[in-house]
Design a protein. Structure first.
Length: 328
């Protein structure tokens, strides 16, 4: 069994990560390339990044040993429904020397599997966007939010950035001196925190600075909110609390009251020691006090684990998960 290898890929908009592991839990290689999401970058460029990450992960590994693979990415359904996109990924797979089949799953399922081997539970992700999903038998079941920046993603990095700009504009409209957060936002957007003698001129310039950029770039302001919240800045602290409430409400739409299955937190805003992660843990703990809380880990390794589960020779998936994701 230790000779059998599986590969996993965690494909994102900014990076693509690959991992090659044995069924005994030995990590043989890892690879990294640029953003490989076909929705964001087109199928051919995405396939190129996929190939690069795979080849790096398989350096020194005989591809004939690979028995299965999993690709995790946002918009998995779109790839599966696009013959040209799937053909491009198939070519990249073969170009890396692989002849085994591979499965495609949504990034939410991969994030969930990186936090727990439990077949049933919930995953909540907050990064640039935000989505919650119920997992049943290690398949995505019900989903809440993930509606994109225009219609949803409440509590996400985009949401935090947009709300911070709104607070800035409210301060300028009311002739209130901007606080520490809104001053930082003004400086980030305009290159200076100086307010024009007629405050409306600064309002108009700020609006133009925002609307000239792609809307999703508002997410780049989220770190300013996080940093200000760490310093106890009142507006930032309020925004973090509101974001946590929105995220918990998304989970509430799909998760039964009193559920004891795990909740996995993923995405840049909910992993690590961040104010939003702490606030969400408090909200989730209050609503589901008996639920184990987990943090998402290595997505590529989780994708490899999902691939391994499909092989009949793997008799103890939980043990393999424990070896790939040892408890600190």
């Amino acid at each position: 069994m230790s000779d059998t290898v599986v590969v996993g890929l965690d494909v994102g908009g900014t990076s693509t990560r690959a991992a090659a592991v044995t069924l005994a839990g030995q990590r043989l290689g890892s690879g990294r390339a640029g953003g490989g999401n076909p929705t964001s970058h087109g199928a051919e460029r995405a396939a190129t990044e996929l190939r690069t990450a795979l080849r790096e992960a398989l350096a020194g590994v005989d591809p004939a040993r690979v028995a299965a693979g999993t690709i995790g990415l946002a918009g998995a359904a779109r790839l599966l429904a696009d013959p040209d996109g799937r053909a491009a990924f198939d070519r990249a797979w073969r170009d890396a020397g692989l002849r085994c089949p591979y499965a495609v799953h949504g990034d939410a399922l991969v994030a969930y599997a990186s936090g727990t081997p439990a077949p049933d539970g919930t995953v909540l992700i907050a990064g640039t966007g935000a989505i919650a999903a119920q997992v049943h038998d290690l398949r995505l079941d019900r989903v809440a939010d993930g509606h994109g920046w225009l219609l949803g993603d409440a509590g996400s990095g985009f949401w935090l950035g947009r709300e911070a700009v709104r607070r800035l504009l409210a301060d300028l409209d009311s002739a209130r001196p901007p606080g520490a957060l809104t001053t930082a936002v003004l400086a980030e957007l305009m290159g200076s925190a100086r307010i024009a003698p007629r405050a409306r001129d600064t309002v108009d310039a700020t609006i133009q600075a925002v609307t000239r950029r792609p809307p999703v770039e508002l997410a780049r302001l989220a770190p300013l909110v996080v940093t200000a919240a760490l310093d106890g800045e009142p507006v930032a602290t309020t925004l973090i609390a509101e974001a946590a409430a929105h995220l918990a409400e998304s989970v509430d739409r799909i998760r039964p009251a009193g559920a004891r299955t795990p909740v996995v937190l993923g995405g840049g805003l909910l992993t690590g020691d961040t104010p939003l992660a702490a606030a969400v843990r408090t909200e989730v703990g209050r609503r589901w006090p008996d639920a184990p809380l987990r943090s998402a880990g290595d997505g590529a390794a989780a994708a490899a684990w999902l691939a391994a589960r499909e092989l009949p020779e793997l008799t103890d998936p939980a043990a393999l998960h424990a070896r790939l994701f040892p408890t600190p």
